[in-house]
Ligand binder design. Structure first.
Ligand code: SF4
Length: 281
């Protein structure tokens, strides 16, 4: 399939992460990207959105980073896979864009979440941004697949008030098939966060026929329950809102015929987590 030509948008403020955004770094040289990744002076962002109630506690501003090393077959933001689809944003501009919401975020018991894509692809930018935002008195959360968790030191992890850790599936072979990567780095990061007693919410996408079998859910629930630092589990029902992006990008979407999970199945998955002593929604 040939993708239709797409134009980059102009504003970093987005209405939702479901906006298709590509080629926002057109013309940025390789050396500029390399320096940005080494120093964190600049990040590559799909967009900023406001008013999220599903990406951590309270109402949140979310920064959607570009660049991800996973290729989840159910990804709803494949335009964030390529870092060059992100808009180059200086650290100062990013800090200002978030800090202006400081008072309203406090009133709404919310904060700032860095999501993606995979934010730790830009670990220096991420940690410098978190450090500045936390110093401004804003709650910080990192939404990550955990694969690059070792890039952050124990001290740096203290700048992050909450880690939203995405566990995709349990079986290593299935994990590789669904994401293209090994599961062990994610589980190692989970154990390290537990050892440091850092707060974690586990996020798990329930995909009919791919991740929703009882054995898979129970295995993840038992692992999460044993960690001791998991404050909550979000069971996220698969949806088709990202399907149009795959089509527009000319990617082979294999989940056209997958239906949304039933309410009963979502509730049963929550019960499986609750059976391990966890709070699950
Ligand atoms: S980790 Fe997230 S952004 Fe990356 S491919 Fe998977 S669902 Fe998409």
């Amino acid at each position: 399939m040939i993708a239709e030509p797409l134009s980059p948008p102009n504003s970093i403020e987005g209405l939702s992460p479901y906006e298709l955004r590509v080629d926002q770094s057109r013309g940025v040289s390789e050396s500029v990207v390399k320096t940005a990744l080494e120093t964190g002076d600049m990040g590559f962002l799909h967009s900023f959105t406001t008013g999220s109630t599903v990406d951590g506690p309270g109402v949140r501003v979310v920064g959607w980073t570009a660049g991800c090393q996973f290729r989840c077959v159910y990804c709803h933001n494949p335009d964030t896979w390529n870092m060059m689809n992100g808009m180059p944003v200086t650290l100062e501009r990013a800090i200002d864009a978030i800090r202006k919401y400081r008072h309203s975020l406090k009133i709404m018991a919310g904060g700032f979440t860095l999501s993606g894509g995979e934010p730790l692809m830009q670990d220096r930018f991420a940690i410098r941004l978190f450090t500045a935002i936390k110093a401004a008195g804003i709650h910080t959360a990192l939404d990550t697949n955990g694969f690059l968790g070792e890039r952050l030191s124990d001290e740096e992890l203290e700048e992050i008030d909450l880690v939203l850790l995405d566990i995709k599936t349990w079986d290593p072979e299935r994990h590789r098939r669904l994401t293209g990567k090994d599961i062990n780095p994610t589980l190692d990061f989970a154990c390290r966060l537990a050892g440091l007693n850092r707060p974690v919410w586990v996020r798990f996408v329930l995909v009919p026929g791919l991740t929703d079998d009882d054995a898979n859910v129970t295995a993840i629930a038992k692992f999460a329950g044993a960690l001791g630092n998991v404050q909550r589990v979000d069971v996220l029902p698969f949806h088709q809102m990202g399907r149009f992006k795959w089509k527009k990008l000319g990617l082979d979407y294999q989940l056209n015929d997958v239906e949304l999970p039933s309410r009963d199945r979502v509730e049963r998955a929550c019960a499986q987590f609750q059976a391990e002593g966890l709070i699950a929604y």
